[in-house]
Design a protein around this ligand. Structure first.
Ligand code: CA
Length: 723
């Protein structure tokens, strides 16, 4: 990170030269002077409600309150999209995952990058107007399950709102980027993180948080957008029943839990979807999984564990509960329901005469496409949008899943479960086109080997899934590994919600492809894990354009106009939980590098990305593996619990953070100062000495040395076989 900071400083110093040389595409980080800034940038509630009156802007996270990510713009259409070219790009000073959707207001684009930094640029040239760095301590990154990402901002009445990884909610002056107010929204004793975009609803900023995998209690809060004062907070899971409940509904919810869940939080974090419905005056939140994943160690005598894995409707003024629909009662599989919520008015029950109903479209991690009546919270229909084996269907009468009896691993050995915790669809936003009547879903096909450990102890510094992390790791038997890698895929699915069936699909070599954007030009845009940014005909799925983005593209694209000319923009940069944790599986789309940039396109754009520097290939030079099998096994267990969340499954890094098999410290006793004492804390590598003993740290090293030698011998074996 220090290197990134230096890079940025150098860029700022040579800013003038950069402006002169690159001014055609305007991608310098040199700020404009104050006089060049726009006089006032206002976005009101009424403007977001009537966002279709200004299709040239992108005013809130999902463009409109319905969060359909459909744009009425059609200057760029399926007939001319082949002539799309790069209009401009902005290089970012980070090499971590980029998940943000930019907002565009009257020719200015606002967006966030990894580490919760905020940028305002000229939307026609990419020229920097201002930037804001909330200076999140690098060590807080150890509390993030899923990379140090940020998915976006809200804009309202001349202010830009961002939630920071370390739990602050910040209001900035949209004109200058200067701090107006900030509030700490979490208790820093607990490992909360904010990665989701705030939403402004009726003068309040709504923000949730994440951390269910580290033992937190989920909630969503509303702060006065002008003053930053806390207005209301809704907890998604009950607290200690010996204390007064914060809301009456939590007394009911507590009856669906058993054991002492509150001691380790219970989970249920609201880390992504928070959607306002101006027609019904309700806020819908998507609630995440229970923590730990394993019910046996969360709620040992069962229970539905409300409101985990649910959509909950709240009163936007008070935060009071209105209704809920629980998609996965008593979850065991990390099936968050936090994923994006789309509001639509469609003839959802075609079999009952096709009356238009106000519905929620939801395609959460569990693999089912749900249509929910948003007036009452009742299920209208649900069908799997890809292969699933945890349930055979959703009972239309009860709204409950018909579980596969072999899916509950706390009750015994189970086959690999599909989807796994990556989810059939995660945070990458889907879109819905009212013109085609199709939802465009970035789908992951990734199973997971769940096994319940004989005992589980909550650890303050570790991943707290409550599962056997060694059993979940990639097996090293070549045939089994091949079979697993072959089964891991991704696809872009166009889904017909009324008929609950697939209209078309585009197969991808691997999962974790980008969010989608649908437009009235009969187009769907999507970035890919393999490093492309592409456009398809929305009605047929025919590919009409593809661009080499040089890096994995995950974020949701947007479209807007400046002076009547239409642009399409997307934040590029590979990362997030999948390449961070999944090890070898994360190379399924190729060894894509992280090159973090904002990319903007227009018809006839002529800007060019610089050539990628050649890839450095480090040499594996581990010391010989001399430890006993017991020591290596012990090291594997500790590594998987404490280290795999950042350095990758079974000591294979997906490329975001150091691959320990290549570490120079394997031969050096600084290893202990780093692992236990936090020698590299300022770079984000915190010390684990409270819970990882000297003996454990040595065992981790023995395991990594073993894995490095195993890799080396396989490489030599392959090289010999080729000769
Ligand atoms: Ca989760």
């Amino acid at each position: 990170m220090e290197r990134d900071a230096k890079r940025l400083m150098q860029k700022l110093k040579v800013g003038v030269a950069v402006v002169l040389i690159l001014w055609v595409c305007g991608h310098s980080l040199a700020p404009q002077t104050r006089s060049q800034l726009r006089p006032s940038i206002k976005v009101t509630d009424a403007q977001i409600v009537h966002a279709d009156d200004q299709p040239g802007n992108w005013l809130s996270y999902g463009r409109t309150y319905s969060e359909q990510r459909f744009s009425p713009l059609k200057q760029i259409d399926y007939k001319n999209a082949a002539r799309l070219g790069l209009a401009w790009y902005v290089d970012l000073d980070t090499n971590r995952g980029q998940e943000a959707t930019p907002l565009v207001v009257d020719g200015v684009m606002y967006f966030t990058s990894a580490w919760s930094k905020v940028f305002a640029v000229n939307a026609a040239t990419g020229r920097l107007l201002w930037s804001y760095d909330p200076k999140v301590p690098k060590a807080w990154g150890a509390n993030a399950c899923c990379d140090v990402v940020n998915r976006g901002i809200a804009i309202w009445q001349g202010k830009v709102y961002v939630g920071t990884l370390d739990g602050r909610l910040i209001a900035l002056d949209a004109n200058s980027g200067k701090l107006v107010w900030q509030q700490l929204t979490i208790d820093p004793q607990w490992r909360y993180t904010i990665t989701g975009a705030p939403r402004v609803v009726k003068g309040n900023v709504l923000i949730g948080n994440g951390g269910a995998e580290f033992g937190v209690r989920g909630y969503v809060s509303a702060y006065d957008a002008t003053t930053g004062k806390l207005i209301w907070r809704f907890y998604t899971v009950p607290g200690d029943p010996a204390k007064p409940f914060e809301q009456p509904i939590l007394e009911q919810a507590a009856k669906t839990w058993s054991g002492q869940w509150w001691k380790i939080g219970g989970g249920g974090t609201v880390w992504d979807a928070i959607v306002y419905d101006p027609e019904l005056d309700l806020v819908y939140i998507g609630v995440g999984n229970g923590g730990p994943w394993n019910e046996k160690y969360r709620s040992p005598k069962g229970g539905e564990n409300l409101f985990t894995c649910s959509i909950v409707a709240l009163n936007p003024d008070t935060g009071q509960y209105v209704w809920h629909y629980q998609e996965v009662p008593d979850d065991d599989w990390d099936y968050d329901s936090a994923e994006q919520i789309i509001l639509a008015d469609i003839p959802a029950d075609i079999t009952m005469g096709g009356k238009i109903r106000k519905v929620i479209l939801h395609a959460p991690k569990d693999g089912f496409f749900y249509i929910i009546d948003r007036e009452t919270g009742t299920l209208i229909s649900a069908k799997p949008f890809t292969f699933v084996n945890w349930a055979t269907g959703i009972d239309p009468k009860t709204g409950r899943p018909i579980e596969n009896p072999t899916a509950r691993y706390p009750r015994g050995e189970v086959p690999p479960i599909v989807p796994g915790p990556v989810g059939a669809h995660s945070w990458q936003p889907m879109s819905y086109s009212p013109l085609t009547g199709l939802a465009y879903i970035p789908v992951n096909d990734v199973g997971f080997n769940f096994k319940s450990p004989d005992d589980f102890e909550f650890k303050d510094e570790a991943l707290n899934f409550g599962i056997d992390m060694v059993a979940a790791g990639m097996p090293q038997d070549a045939k089994i590994k091949r079979a697993i890698l072959d089964s891991v895929k991704g696809k872009l699915v166009a889904w017909d919600p009324i008929r609950q069936q697939q209209a078309w699909a585009v197969e991808r070599p691997g999962p974790w492809n980008g969010g989608t954007l649908a437009t009235a030009g009969n187009l769907v845009f999507e970035g890919t894990a393999a490093g492309r940014f592409e456009a398809y005909r929305a009605d047929t799925g025919e590919k009409v354009w593809s661009f080499d983005a040089q890096t994995g593209v995950m974020a949701g694209p947007v479209t807007y106009t400046v002076k009547g000319e239409q642009y399409v923009a997307v934040l590029a940069g590979w990362g997030g939980v999948f390449p961070l944790v999944a090890g070898e599986v994360s190379f399924k789309s190729g060894r894509v590098r992280n090159v973090s940039r904002m990319l903007a396109f227009k018809i006839g754009g002529t800007a060019k990305l610089p050539a990628l520097p050649p890839l450095e290939t480090p040499q594996l030079q581990p010391p010989p593996s001399t430890a006993s099998a017991d020591e290596i096994r012990r090291g594997e267990a500790v590594y998987q619990r404490f280290c795999s969340g950042c350095h990758g499954d079974v000591a294979v890094s997906g490329g975001l953070l150091p691959d320990l098999r290549y570490s120079a410290f394997l031969k050096n006793d600084k290893w202990f100062a780093i692992v236990r004492d936090g020698l590299l804390k300022s770079e984000g590598m915190v010390g684990f000495g409270k819970e990882v003993s000297q003996q454990d740290a040595a065992a981790i090293r023995s395991y990594v040395i073993f894995r490095a030698n195993q890799t080396l011998s396989k490489k030599n074996h392959t090289a010999n076989a080729e000769h």
